[in-house]
Write a protein that binds this ligand. Sequence first.
Ligand code: PEP
Ligand code: MG
Length: 618
Amino acid sequence: MPSSDESGPYFAVKPVSRPLSTEVRHGIAASPGIAVGRAFVIDRRRIKVPKRHIPAEEVASELVRLDEAVSRADLQLERLKRKLRETDEEQTGVILEAYQLILHDEHLINPTRRRIRDEKINAEWALHKTVEEIKQRFDAIDQEYFRERRSDVEFVGEQVLRNLDGSGASDAPQVPPPQGSVVVAHDLSPADTVHLHKSLVAAIVTDAGGRTSHSSILAQAFGIPAVVGLDTITEAIGSGDLLIVDGNRGEVILCPTHELVDEYRFKARSQHQRIEALLSDRDAPAETKDHARVGLLANIEMPDEVPYALDYGAEGIGLYRTEFLFLERSDLPREEEHFMHARGVVRRVAPFPATFRTFDLGVDKVAPFLHKMVGASLGIPTDKEPNPALGLRSLRLCLRETAMFKAQLRGLLRASTHGRMRIMFPMISGVQELRAAKAILEECKAEMRREGLPFAEDIPVGIMVEMPSAVMVADHLARECDFMSIGTNDLIQYALALDRLNEHVGYLYQPLHPAVLRMVKRTVEAGHAAGKRVAMCGEMASDPLYSIVLLGLELDDLSMSASALPLVKRVLRQAHAEEAKRLVQTLLELPSAEDIEAVVRDYMRHYLADLEDLRPQH
Ligand code: PEP
Ligand code: MG
């Protein structure tokens, strides 16, 4: 195993067998863009915290174990700091100094020692409890700067834990990746991706993951090129290796030659210029040659994305995945926080509408508070649910944990007077769930009327259609809601029985599967028969390859990652809606995804000719 000394300032946790010459690895194009940069390998293996009661005679040795682990962490940080000084990574050096201060802070060490002594528990458990307590105190602070320091404490705690259990045997701790690096990991959680965005990394490369896994969606939202599903790429890359990442083609080039590096730098510049040129249509409507109009909206995960979405010409927010805001929390967000965030978003998006999807927590969108809540509710830890994608998640969880749900709904209602708010319920399987969710919304409204709190009386309430059952009863659902939005990421997952997070079945993710097209058609027809608009907000809407098919299927609105808006708009403005409907009629007669795709690719060839290297290649 290479030590940190061999592989530069950052460490690789696995033995690395680098290729001897240039090698291209193919994965899934998860987020477009090209980057050239040095690898930064991250080990995201979760640390287990063993919990053990100890006899009184073990207290002294447990205290010694803690002291040794702390000293070792200190030494590791010191060594790394020295290394960084040699390589001029000043900024990271300053962060490490802050970590050393936390490591020696009496608020971390003293309570941990006290717990070992008084509660008679092992050092890992005692430290874990202290870190959790400190994090909760940070959470209660209003200023964001201080709230964010909780992750620094967590980092330091993890470092000591690794030393305690021996898995931190590597002599270098993990530090935030330097700006401009290419992060290489087995897998990343959505929360990791948010951190990487803040660290201004150049690209992301992972062994695991699919095109619609939430870390891929976030990478796209933040404009970070990403290639996922590369299987064993972490075994071939060491920190510091130079890499080329092509997020459009889903390729990673190892050991690139100088010529290749120059070629890709040139490509990256030219892509950037072409996207800028496409933005000249920013304020033009997505109107076809025969004057059919499609609403183009953006999907967002964080309030900070709003200006970016509007700059790319979004006519509103079609999907705000509110749960991302709270993923790193260990306690439940309060009504006031929902209100403040929502008010900020509706104000910034006005006069356009902002569609807030209520909590869609679960599977990979798991917050620490969720673990506690579901664990208590089910009597088992969340990660022990046998089929989390089919488990107690999303709206089901909200209908069970009504206090959490009501805090969000009341916050949204209070914000509704500050702009154009729309509320959307995820994971609706049928009318009963829709009615239950609406009843809770009405309960919140009634409470607020009694309390004299103002809200917009006419907030449109919509649903996501992302389960085959919802498609089959779309006519009933359409009569009881104000709008519908098709979530193809989950609809494809549930209809084709493929786990959207599992790279091994990624090849089955076929938006053009005849079953998917028929389900979209059926939903649109049901919505229109009831006089309701039908949107699509799954990733299928982001790819210009599908834009004319979706036009022909008569979707009213398409909501997507902001960066895809100029490409989709370009295609739609050149298209003819009547011709698109005829194309769809032909497609619906075809028996397989391959047959349909062949026709679509052929049909789209001239539309995509000048966009080909800007869109993800599948
Ligand atoms: C979907 O399922 O298509 C969707 C948009 O929701 P998410 O990706 O957040 O599950
Ligand atoms: Mg979904």
